[in-house]
Design a protein around this ligand. Structure first.
Ligand SMILES: [Fe+2]
Length: 317
């Protein structure tokens, strides 16, 4: 039998949104948030069937400049619904990595969203792409960071304040991006609250999505409700070219002591650097996201459904 349910879901792109997509920070509206796949029950079942080593359970502090307060926890044997209740009442952030592209229930939604983006920009040529599902507490935040891929954040539930800053000084240093690409650091970068005056800021409500230029630093502060959102991470020819130049610069800086400039990837020097990157044979590692260091690794707390923040710290031995 033909399943026409997914045909009910789409997104709306004005002429201006199409023009700004991947060039300037922008927001659109959609109705994917009405899909039952984003209900508590469906998400609880997903949490129970998704490979556990592909789910991150984290918490964080109150101070937006304290990125070191980001840490990992152990879900123990709580059920999916108990985990969702702990997130609703506590201060937690769960990332179900790859859920949208790997899980059979979510894959049609992923495909439909990807089609929407390709229709909006006929030049979009996705290489590898993936999308997880983020479930986070009403007061959770995500610290300032730059993703190595092109990103679009589709928001489903709750309200979150999204801010993005231009991918240039003082908000982003090439040095930091090089270190991310060389896997010396996570995608988190230094943040100064004074920069907020220069940010593109939007409160994301259910049924909104936002996109911003490649490497644009961004941070998120949840405002209310259980938050559910879907970040698409898309490797494109443009992101691979730019990352190739930055990666080569990182190598030249470290191995030869140079202070390289960041050229256009399509200039002669830029093309030479991209060749250098390829020749170092780290291409695959670089652009598959799997090897980027995760901000949370060592587990320092146990998720506990009745605790005030939804978790209890482990005692240091
Ligand atoms: Fe991000």
């Amino acid at each position: 039998m033909l399943d026409t349910y997914i045909d009910q879901f789409t997104s709306q792109w004005s002429a201006e949104a199409r023009k700004d997509f991947r060039q300037k920070p922008m927001a659109i509206r959609h109705n994917y948030h009405e899909h039952q796949a984003f209900s508590d029950m469906a998400l609880a079942e997903l949490l129970e069937r998704h490979p556990r080593d592909m789910v991150d359970f984290c918490t964080m502090g109150e101070d937006a400049t304290d990125r070191d307060s980001w840490r990992a926890g152990d879900p123990g044997d709580l059920t999916g619904m108990e985990l969702i209740e702990a997130v609703r009442n506590g201060k937690l952030w769960i990332n179900i990595r790859g859920a949208m592209n790997l899980d059979a229930l979510y894959r049609p939604i992923y495909d439909s969203m990807m089609d929407d983006m390709k229709k909006a920009d006929k030049t979009l040529r996705p290489g590898t792409a993936e999308a997880g599902i983020l479930i986070s507490s009403p007061t959770a935040q995500v610290f300032l960071h730059s993703d190595i891929s092109e990103t679009m954040l589709w928001h489903m539930r709750g309200i979150k304040r999204f801010r993005t800053y231009k991918p240039q000084l003082p908000y982003l240093r090439d040095l930091d991006m090089e270190a991310v690409l060389l896997e010396e650091q996570t995608e988190d970068i230094p943040y100064n609250p004074e920069w907020d005056a220069d940010a593109f800021t939007v409160d994301l409500h259910p049924g909104m999505a936002t996109n911003w230029p490649l490497h644009g630093p961004h941070r998120i502060e949840n405002q209310s409700g259980l938050n559910v959102s879907v970040p698409f991470e898309i490797s494109t020819p443009e992101s691979r070219a730019r990352n190739g130049v930055l990666f080569a610069n990182g190598i030249l800086r470290r191995k030869l002591g140079w202070s390289p400039e960041t050229q256009s990837p399509y200039s002669l020097a830029g093309m030479a650097k991209r060749l250098l990157s390829k020749s170092i044979k780290l291409h695959k590692q670089l652009f598959g996201r799997k090897d980027v260091p995760m901000p949370c690794s060592e587990q320092t707390f146990d998720i506990t459904k009745d605790a005030p923040d939804g978790f209890v710290d482990r005692k240091v031995a």
